[in-house]
Write a protein that binds this ligand. Structure first.
Ligand SMILES: Cc1cc2nc3c(=O)[nH]c(=O)nc-3n(C[C@H](O)[C@H](O)[C@H](O)COP(=O)(O)OP(=O)(O)OC[C@H]3O[C@@H](n4cnc5c(N)ncnc54)[C@H](O)[C@@H]3O)c2cc1C
Ligand code: FES
Length: 280
């Protein structure tokens, strides 16, 4: 884990209530795995006192091709993200990471990433790694482990969809949906996923990765279970320390043995879990 103090080099509104921030953090950029996160604080302020977890959205290289910057995408919601959205370029932020386990790179023919709300943020790196266009980790772990990557992305309305062009450039196919039909199909992410899975040949090995509101992930997990498809979820339980000390982030996770389930710390044993492990 690395701790970095760095000035904000970008902090742009990229969609309704949604911002992209960029900081130079070469140690994190050079070692992060898809699905890992960083804890972030605004330096020199106690409000809020504890950091917030943000998934690493993108890794940007310098002119020599060395990973140098990380981009984080956040929804303006409460105390921290409101202060961050108001911060000017040059404001110093403190980050520590990369944290958590990251998504698996188990090979498959077809990876479907299903996101809702601000749950697109851990998926860009995963899609690029799966198709072999970018490698992540130190040493870099195997990439190019899927033949096709699809992204299903839903939001309440069109204005909240953020980063769609990044995904269009990075994966095989993007399908959008909104609750009010203002962009893409007027459907919910789990229903769209169920339709897609029904249309995929049974000869193909399919994997699903999902992130978003818990109720959406639970339904995605049910769809995958019914179709007997491997699904990983990225849990977003609130965190305080991010490094396994405070136990504020626990999720109820099924396990083998006499104790059918136990509390697992999302920050170290997650945030990525196989969906059948989660006691929703
Ligand atoms: C592994 C992981 C990755 C994550 N990745 C991202 C990401 O990439 N992008 C992202 O945007 N978020 C991400 N999150 C969520 C993020 O960590 C924060 O929880 C989120 O940004 C909200 O923080 P905040 O300080 O702005 O809101 P908080 O102030 O913590 O508020 C959170 C919610 O509580 C409500 N609230 C706050 N105070 C009160 C009150 N007094 N009474 C009633 N309601 C209240 C707010 O309205 C809001 O809905 C991630 C979380 C995890 C665990
Ligand atoms: S956030 Fe402290 S143990 Fe997970």
């Amino acid at each position: 884990m690395h701790q970095v103090n760095a000035p904000l080099e970008r902090n742009d509104r990229i969609a309704e209530e949604t911002y992209l921030m960029r900081v130079a953090a070469s140690e994190i950029a050079g070692s992060v795995l898809p699905g890992q996160f960083v804890m972030v604080r605004l330096a020199g302020t106690d409000a809020p006192l504890i950091g917030r977890a943000l998934a690493v959205y993108d890794v940007v290289a310098d002119a020599e091709g060395t990973p140098k910057w990380i981009d984080l995408v956040y929804l303006r919601k409460g105390t921290f993200t409101t202060s961050l959205a108001a911060a000017t370029l040059g404001t110093s932020v403190t980050l520590w990471g990369p944290l958590g386990n990251g998504f698996s790179n188990r090979p498959c023919d077809h990876l479907i990433m299903a996101s809702g709300g601000i749950g697109q943020t851990p998926m860009l790196l995963l899609g690029r790694e799966a198709l072999g266009t970018q490698a992540f980790g130190a040493p870099a772990r195997e990439n190019g482990w899927a033949k096709r990557v699809e992204f299903i992305y839903g939001a309440r309305r069109a204005g909240l969809l953020a980063g769609v062009d990044d995904f269009r450039k990075s994966v095989s196919e993007v399908t959008l949906c909104t609750d009010d039909g203002s962009a893409g199909q007027s459907k919910l992410v789990p229903d769209l996923l169920a339709e897609r899975l029904a249309g995929i040949s049974s000869d193909e090995t399919v994997r699903v990765a999902t992130c978003g509101p818990e109720i959406m992930m639970e339904k995605v997990a049910q769809v995958c279970e019914a179709a007997k498809i491997d699904c990983q979820v990225s849990m977003e339980t609130p965190m305080a320390c991010g490094i396994g000390i405070c136990f504020s982030c626990v999720a109820q996770v099924r396990q083998e043995g006499p104790m059918e389930w136990d509390y697992k710390r999302t920050c170290v044993e997650g945030p990525i879990f196989d969906s059948h492990q989660i006691c929703w």
